[in-house]
Design a protein around this ligand. Sequence first.
Ligand SMILES: [Zn+2]
Length: 455
Amino acid sequence: MKRCIDRIGGHSTVATLIGLMVLSLLGAGCSSSSGDAGDSVVLVMVDTLRADHLGCYGYDRDTSPNLDRLAASGVLFENFYSVAPWTNPAIATLFTGRYPRAVFPPLPHKKAIGVPLPSQLSTLAEQLREGGLRTVALVDHPGINQALQFDQGFEQWRSLFQEGGFDTWTVTDADFVLTRFRDSLDELGRERFFLYLHLVYPHRPYVPPPPYDTLFGPSSRETGRSRRLEMINAYDGEVRYTDELIGRIAEALDERRLTQSTWLLVTSDHGEGFWEHHQAEHGNSFFNELTKIPLIVVPPKAEGVAGLRISSPASLIDLMPTILSLGGLQPPPELEGRDLRTSWTEPDEFETARWLFIASPHSKDVEAAAVVHGDLKYIDRLPWRRPRPALFDLAQDPAEKRNLAGRSSRTTEMHRRLQAHLKDSDEQRSGLLREDEVELDPEVLERLRALGYLQ
Ligand SMILES: [Zn+2]
């Protein structure tokens, strides 16, 4: 059994608690709602959601009233990173617990988009299913599909955009998604389950339906630097549209009294750039507009951690061991990630200065990579005309504008660690059986094209 938090605040950097009410809640106990048997887990993957466009992460626009409320009733990870700046490698890590380079070879995305998730790996869903949980996926992203074997371990896999038959160039209707989500909950009944919901908005094209299209000012689905503000208005409109849906998803759990036994996790696979560093969209760099994503964990009420904010860096590499643990299973020791629940159940033991890796861009330099350690981030090659290494102190320079690589004694160590990680990952990958590239069906390709892939 895990023990309660016995030391909070002081000089501890692990957890910062908000408000005295929270302290009293913590005093009320920290037992799991259903003990060692584990609970159900709903994971909402919001594609392309950068953390700093949410109110609970400090954004000054009202894009996320529902997520803010959920964060206040659960745990928010302030410094949560992706492992890759685009969808497929990020989801591969979520589903396998391996870093992207240990799963996929570095390739430009036109080729990478056809590489399947190796069937040899034991996936999160497979392990949960073997552990007695029902496993269901509702997926609106065309690149995360059955042809690419992302469905391994899911007893039910539903492609939302294909089922809905929506116009390729518009977003899947939120009411449709909600109906499918409710139907799945009703089918699952009182059994323990893992439900994976992958929403494609606010991915480009930014086409929020009214009134979200003008909620934050004039918007545009056109891209281009001169349209930057309209693009951000449209993106933020989609974030708010998504937030409303997530509020209704939380309600659906509540209406069925599932919040007593279900963990609700909301995260993303990567962020989105709006020319903070000379580029837009994603896939092309390791700056924080692409790599810092939200993680909000809403536990069953008995966990008693409302309003907790964890400042220690963590990443998508941690979600597989965390979800296994929430489901009542022991994470396999070979997984590199940590069970994030220990950040509040065993704060003294939770490592605050970890080496977190980011790799697998799909742009020109597919071999580039980055590493985060505490407040430092090292990028081995900036994606510009004259590639050079970069080191940023994220505490002093969160916008990543002052390159310290030539001036800091830490540069060499960061570089060495990153190279060792890439070598180790490539060795892990070389142990996998080679699988053929997949020919995707025309409907999926058309949808991918609408999202800006294949251009
Ligand atoms: Zn994505």
